[in-house]
Design a protein around this ligand. Structure first.
Ligand code: TGC
Ligand code: FAD
Length: 391
């Protein structure tokens, strides 16, 4: 792969809206990605392997639980810093951002919000340091966009719960130490359970042959009469709103992350267009290429402003789930369109692993599907503005 020469576009001087802490966090993550991710990511994706050697570094830059309080091992940062960390990591690769998103928003967040003090003390510091990796099991083979229909269930057996069922498409499941599992009790009410690797009847087979998120491990969670200790149930929120609350945080991170992937594609295409000559001039001098590049920077700038505003609303505790859906949907679509256009600017070179664009493009096919599909987020906006649920 070519050396990482990334220069971040900031057409509307968004840096002026960031605090010194935001810029420090952003620059440290950018440096980490240049130093540790860029040199190895293409090979990891080609081999379809998650680069586990990145875990310690991700923990060191605060990517695991950026907004979890320091007393539990988190970095105690605000939502803008969290977003900037996701943006910079996804600039490197969406699969690495997935690992950080899942660990922070889908594993640490529910334990922090819905767990007991004992659960927080037992798991959060180890998750923050990367000593432990977690995954999040909501989707089932027959229930993807409609998780409320889940059939995974547990029964009260006196001194333990007995868990049965299966989850699929679970990021990090093949090597996770713990799984946050959403399952129904005997009354059909959804609860979150912390299932630990090694519990009898619990297995995590890997899903192979993906063309997308190849540097991220995806798998199933299978529960065959798993005895879960009662102290592993998170008591402080039940119902579908509990997992959906975690998704708000992860979807917010994706709204920023997608900007990172788009920035990388734009920056690569711009540099290539200035260097590549055809018909005696750089292709950047041709109107058709300028149209592509000008539209890319316009869309990136709009997405940056949306993410920043959403982050300030979240810092004030005012962001709604529907606002988060709009940003996730808009920014991922923006990124996938830019990846497709940027790939064309590179001509044949664009399809090779010499450049990051094709990998971003393929990754974004997962990002536009997970955490709620593009269509589902449109329907969430539709419900919000009309009052009619059209799911
Ligand atoms: P509905 O009746 O609308 O809602 C049920 C309850 O949930 C509440 N609620 C929310 N709470 C918090 N945050 C949100 N975003 C919420 N949305 C809804 C709602 O108020 C209600 O509460 P209550 O107290 O009245 O019971 O539910 P529904 O069954 O009609 O479904 C609505 C729908 C379709 C929007 C929802 O199910 C949905 O979002 N589906 C998409 C599923 C999804 O996003 N799955 C993601 C799986 S995890 C993943 O992909 C991780 S990828 C990680 C990576 O690698 O980065
Ligand atoms: P379906 O729900 O079957 O949808 C198929 C199509 O139908 C989509 O286009 C959808 O938009 C459309 N559709 C569905 N319902 C409606 C409707 N009411 N109206 C109109 N159109 C509709 N899940 C987890 O729980 N944890 C994870 O860590 C995780 N990681 C993932 C990693 C990867 C790489 C991938 C690909 C997925 C991951 N997922 C995870 C699952 C992801 O959240 C689901 O794939 C997603 O929610 C969609 O579910 P589905 O694939 O079953 O599609």
């Amino acid at each position: 792969m070519k050396p990482d020469l990334f220069q971040a576009p900031d057409y509307y001087n968004l840096d002026d809206l960031l605090s010194d802490e935001h810029k420090m966090v952003r620059d440290a993550t950018r440096e980490f990605v240049k130093r540790e991710v860029s040199p190895i990511i293409e090979e990891a994706a080609q081999k379809a392997e998650f680069p586990k050697q990145l875990i310690n570094g991700l923990a060191e830059i605060g990517a695991f639980g950026p907004y979890i309080p320091e007393e539990y091992g988190g970095a105690g940062l605000d939502q803008i810093s969290y977003g900037l960390i996701m943006q910079e990591i996804e600039r490197g690769d969406s699969g690495i951002r997935s690992t950080a998103s899942v660990q922070s928003s889908l594993v640490m967040y529910p334990i922090f919000k819905y767990g007991t003090e004992e659960q927080k003390k037992k798991f959060l510091p180890k998750l923050a340091s990367g000593e432990m990796i977690g995954c999040f099991g909501l989707t089932e083979p027959d229930h993807g966009s409609n998780p409320g229909g889940m059939t995974t269930n547990f029964k009260d057996k006196g001194d333990h719960y007995l868990l049965n069922g299966a989850k699929m498409w679970i990021s990090n499941s093949p090597f996770a130490d713990i799984a946050i599992v959403w399952a129904k009790n005997e009354e059909g009410r959804i609860h979150g359970l912390i299932v630990e690797r090694g519990m009898e009847g619990f297995s995590t087979p890997e899903t192979h042959n993906k063309w997308s998120l190849r540097a991220s491990a995806t798998g199933e969670l299978i529960f065959d009469n798993v005895k879960v200790p009662k102290e592993n149930l998170m008591p402080n929120k039940t119902g579908l709103g509990a997992p959906l609350g975690c998704l708000d945080s992860a979807r917010y991170g994706i709204a920023w992350g997608a900007i990172g992937a788009a920035m990388d594609c734009y920056d690569t295409a711009l540099r290539y267009a200035k260097e590549r000559e055809q018909f005696g001039v750089p292709i950047a001098a041709k109107q058709l290429q300028q149209k592509k590049l000008a539209e890319m920077i316009t869309e990136i700038t709009k997405a940056q402003l949306m993410a920043w505003r959403l982050g300030t609303l979240r810092n004030e505790g005012k962001a709604t789930s529907a606002q988060i859906s709009m940003a996730k949907r808009n920014n991922v679509e923006m990124a996938i369109k830019i990846a497709r256009e940027a790939r064309q600017v590179l001509g044949g070179m664009g399809i090779t692993g010499e450049y990051s664009i094709m990998r971003h493009m393929m990754n974004l096919e997962s990002v536009i599907t997970y955490e709620g599909t593009h269509d589902i987020h449109l329907l969430i906006t539709g419900l919000d503005i009309t009052g009619h649920a059209a799911f």
